[in-house]
Design a protein around this ligand. Structure first.
Ligand SMILES: Nc1ncnc2c1ncn2[C@@H]1O[C@H](COP(=O)(O)OP(=O)(O)OP(=O)(O)O)[C@@H](O)[C@H]1O
Length: 377
């Protein structure tokens, strides 16, 4: 049964001294002029659901200026269970509680999943591949606790290895740490490939719907050991078959690549091989969408990706994710807005911000709870 957010309460979070939203239903439209705190609410919900902030904010930035700490709380229910999710931001630490009991974020991942879509998401296509890896890992961490742990472990190992390379550590020390890179890296690559295999057909299908079949989208994932150069600029989508491999195959390929490039890594003083160098990208027909896609095409790719994310979350967790849509309507043309509205009709609880209610049709508004900002509390 899907958990839904029924109530939200913030204290000293961002611009809010105190905020309370009650009786939340399937669709909440947050309307207000610029800087009225619409995005802050979206961010608060994301912190309570995906347990992360799309603004990559530090704890200090999340706490209201001049305050010592902040508190965010959500009442969630699936009709049977009533749960209270709580986040306390205190100095430099964040503490989650579920029904009053302290929880590690890893234990809460996926409890109430969410998918966020903001204007900055255009970077998912246009920006560097690191953003696409982060997007994939954020999704993976929501749907699989082990994914989150393995990614965190891998990042620790790579930070450690980079330190050793900078300090020009002896080769045996580097060989020892490379074994850890192989263990965590192969597992992470397997998680990424398996998740991507679920996402890829869905992204292509959503794109076909949104673009009305005008062009074909191919999304690719290439693990670091299979990349030929710096970026995979191979000019046709067939060059990117879906990568699938077993953990042993990944271990072997990673170990071989680490061995072959060990001297280069030592010379350059940083890790060159491993999932931090995996490539993810999009091709429209035979063109790299980051270089040749129009704004509208790039936006459609992001929209397809987000809708595919929501579908994968539902498939894997048997839970519809909460959709968090920050100021996206103004960015979309009629057809794409329609596709988004269709997705919203899919039963996901949705929070959407706007400066202008004219983007919403009357039928939709009549089903929504419209919250005008600033709140009058
Ligand atoms: N830590 C903080 N303490 C106090 N105020 C903050 C803090 N962080 C952000 N703000 C304030 O929150 C406001 C921005 O809120 P938000 O980003 O939610 O606006 P918005 O309604 O989404 O606006 P827009 O339509 O322009 O995107 C700004 O006035 C900013 O100064």
């Amino acid at each position: 049964m899907t958990l839904r957010i029924e109530q939200l309460a913030f204290r000293n979070f961002r611009s809010y001294e105190s905020a309370l939203l009650t009786s939340l239903g399937d669709l909440t439209v947050l309307v207000g002029e610029n800087a009225m705190g619409k995005t802050n609410i979206i961010e608060g919900v994301q912190l309570l659901t995906a347990l992360t902030s799309f603004r990559h904010a530090t704890i200090d930035q999340l706490i209201r200026h001049g305050c010592e700490g902040a508190r965010l709380q959500a009442q969630v229910s699936d009709g049977n269970r009533e749960l209270s999710l709580d986040l306390a931001l205190d100095g430099k630490v964040r503490k989650y509680r579920l029904n009053g009991k302290a929880k590690h974020p890893a234990d809460l991942k996926g409890l109430v999943p969410s998918v966020i879509f903001t204007p900055d998401d255009l970077d998912l296509v246009k920006g560097p591949t690191a953003g696409r890896r982060t997007a994939l890992d954020t999704l993976g961490s929501q749907v699989n606790k082990n994914y989150y742990v393995v990614r965190r472990d891998y990042e620790k190992v790579i930070r450690h290895k980079n330190r050793l390379l900078k300090e020009e550590a002896a080769p045996p020390l580097l060989e020892a740490i490379n074994e850890m890179v192989v263990t965590a890296g192969a597992q992470l690559a397997c998680y990424r490939a398996a998740l991507f295999a679920r996402l890829q057909p869905s992204i292509a299908e959503k794109y076909r719907q949104i673009s009305r079949g005008r062009e074909r989208l191919t999304a690719y994932y290439t693990p670091s050991w299979a990349r030929s150069g710096k970026e995979p600029i191979t000019p046709y989508p067939g060059a990117f078959p879906l990568m699938t491999f077993t953990r042993d195959e990944a271990r072997e390929a990673l170990a071989r690549s680490l061995y072959e490039r060990a001297a280069e890594e030592r010379r350059r003083g940083r890790s060159l091989v491993g999932p931090h160098g995996d490539a993810i990208g999009f091709f429209l027909d035979d063109q790299d969408a980051s270089l040749f896609g129009s704004q509208g095409q790039q936006r459609s790719i992001v929209l397809s990706y987000k809708l595919a994310e929501a579908a994968v979350v539902e498939e894997l967790l048997q839970q519809k994710p909460v959709l968090l849509l920050d100021d996206v309507m103004s960015e979309l043309d009629g057809a794409r807005r329609e596709a988004l509205v269709d997705a919203m009709e899919g039963g996901c609880q949705t929070f959407i911000t706007t400066a202008n209610l004219a983007y919403f049709d009357q039928g939709m508004l009549s089903r929504a709870q419209v919250v005008e900002l600033p709140l009058s509390v």
